[in-house]
Design a protein around this ligand. Structure first.
Ligand SMILES: [Zn+2]
Length: 188
């Protein structure tokens, strides 16, 4: 009896050791690094819209924060200009993008909308939205940037909605970074 008990104890001890060895977690491979989104840098020039320079810079900063796949910076002398902003006496309008580093679009920053009381930073952020490939979306909602002047004149929201951001992020995702020439379509 005693020998048998000892044998059992020894067997159990061995089994216990075997089990401990058995549950050791296999060395798992380090998780694959998340793919780094390719940031597309676009330049803008507003030397012909100086009176709106502060609004242009504010709108560029908003897009850089809200859609990090694209980075809009002021062009330096001699640099290719992707987004040319000019002051215009009429209604704001823009060549529809998405603009690429090798292409360029123009924004006519229309004074008529300013005179009607629309927020200047919202106007230029909206027009930059066109340059980044967003069409008008007349929902009348202030929360939509591309609703433009269908939203109340009191609306000062200059940030794209989550849905608008997602479209621009897609337009400048690694997959979409083609340099196909733009078809010229004007959006107001
Ligand atoms: Zn528009």
């Amino acid at each position: 009896m005693q020998r048998r008990t000892l044998a059992l104890v020894a067997a159990n001890a061995l089994l216990g050791a075997a089990v401990v060895v058995g549950v050791a977690t296999p060395a798992t491979a380090a998780p694959a690094a998340a793919p780094v989104a390719a940031v597309t840098t676009l330049t803008y020039d507003d030397t012909q819209a100086q009176q709106y320079a502060t609004n242009d810079a504010a709108a560029a900063a908003i897009w850089n924060t809200d859609a990090p796949n694209v980075h809009i910076v002021k062009a330096t002398r001699g640099q290719k200009v992707n987004i040319k902003i000019v002051a215009d006496p009429g209604w704001p309008h823009t060549t529809l993008g998405p603009v690429r580093p090798s292409t360029s679009v123009q924004i006519w920053f229309g004074k008529q909308a300013v005179d009607e009381g629309f927020d200047k930073t919202r106007i230029i952020a909206h027009e930059m939205g066109h340059a980044l490939g967003l069409p008008d979306n007349r929902t009348g909602l202030c929360s939509d940037l591309m609703s433009g002047h269908s939203a109340p004149v009191s609306c000062t929201n200059a940030h794209p909605s989550p849905a608008e951001r997602a479209v621009v992020q897609r337009n400048y995702s690694r997959l979409a970074a083609s340099d196909a020439p733009l078809t010229v379509v004007i959006q107001d």
